[in-house]
Design a protein around this ligand. Sequence first.
Ligand code: IDP
Ligand code: MG
Length: 142
Amino acid sequence: MTERTLAIIKPDAVKRNLIGAIAARIESAGLAPIAMKMTRLSKAQAEGFYHVHKGKGFFDSLVAFMISGPVVLMILEGEDAIKKWREVMGATDPARAAPGTIRKNFALDIEKNSVHGSDAPETAAFETGYFFNALEICHPES
Ligand code: IDP
Ligand code: MG
C-alpha cells in the first residue's frame, strides 16, 4: 500500500553535514520526498510535535536538542513507507540498531539519533499535517 510518513533530519545530523548522505539513503530505498523544508523549530513547535512523550524523563532534554539547530522536514511517499523508513533509520538506540542503518552509522547516542520517522498511520497523518499543508506537497507523477 502506498503510504506517507514524516521524516526529520535532526540537528545533530544537519550540523555534521549529513543531509545529503541521509537523503541518498532515502532515495535508494525507493522512498520519494514529496515535500521538504529546512527550519529551526521553536520550543512550542517541538513540544507539540513530541506531545506523546510529555512527562517522560527524556522530554525536556529531547525538546532542547530538537531546537538546538536547524532540522530538515520531509514527507516521504512509497510502498509501505512508514515501516520501510523505520527500517532504513534503525532502532532508536544506535547501540541496538542493525548494521547499515542510518542510526547505526550516524547517530551519536539514543537522543541525538540523527533522524525521526512516524511509527504508525495515525501518527504519520498527525505529523505530516503538523508541518505541511496541502499546497506544500508536490506530486512528481503528472
Ligand atoms: P523513535 O524516534 O525511534 O520513534 P521514540 O521512543 O518515539 O523513538 O522517542 C522519540 C525520540 O526521543 C527519540 O528518537 C530520541 O531522540 C529520544 N529518546 C527516546 N528515548 C530516549 C531515552 O531513553 N533517552 C534520551 N532520549 C530518548
Ligand atoms: Mg517515535
